[in-house]
Design a protein around this ligand. Structure first.
Ligand code: FES
Length: 153
């Protein structure tokens, strides 16, 4: 808790103490922790004098924010129709097995978390995963280990 408050203070010091700073402050907290710890939201609410319900409303409205811990690299496995047909469920199982996590869990080293999404918008490359915004297409399960290793370097 003390560490979070000190980190959040460092962020808050760069902004006006007003509701207009809310999104920018939350973005920086998200960047630092890869999610928004609950205690940080309470502290931001007090410091910016924004009701906690409003802080939670913003934190849950934008996809860029997460209330659950995420890895440094967020792996999204597309489970849209095209990807599903071309083997996305097998890719997901391979990822979970290599990383030793279930969906929405973070690896012990904090590097990776895995989630599923509906259509990443590049169906011609199916099956597709996205890792922190970078798209990997035409994947086979045997490609997964190499991708993970290259990110660990
Ligand atoms: S279904 Fe996977 S990118 Fe569209």
């Amino acid at each position: 808790m003390i560490e979070v408050v000190s980190d959040v203070n460092e962020i808050l010091n760069r902004y006006e103490k007003s509701s207009e700073s809310l999104i920018a402050v939350l973005q920086e907290i998200q960047e630092k922790y890869h999610y928004l710890p609950e205690e940080s939201l309470k502290y931001v609410s007090e410091q910016l004098k924004v009701p906690l319900t409003q802080v939670f409303a913003v934190a849950t409205f934008y996809n860029a924010f997460s209330l659950q811990p995420k890895g440094k690299y967020v792996i999204q496995v597309c489970m849209g129709t095209a990807c599903h047909i071309k083997g996305a469920p097998v890719l997901l199982e391979e990822l979970k097995s290599i990383l030793n996590v279930e969906e929405h869990e973070v690896t012990k080293d904090g590097l990776f978390s895995v989630e599923t999404v509906r259509c990443l918008g590049c169906c011609s490359l199916a099956p597709v995963i996205s890792i922190s915004g970078r798209v990997y297409g035409n994947l086979k399960p045997e490609n997964i280990e190499g991708i993970i290793k290259s990110l660990k370097k």
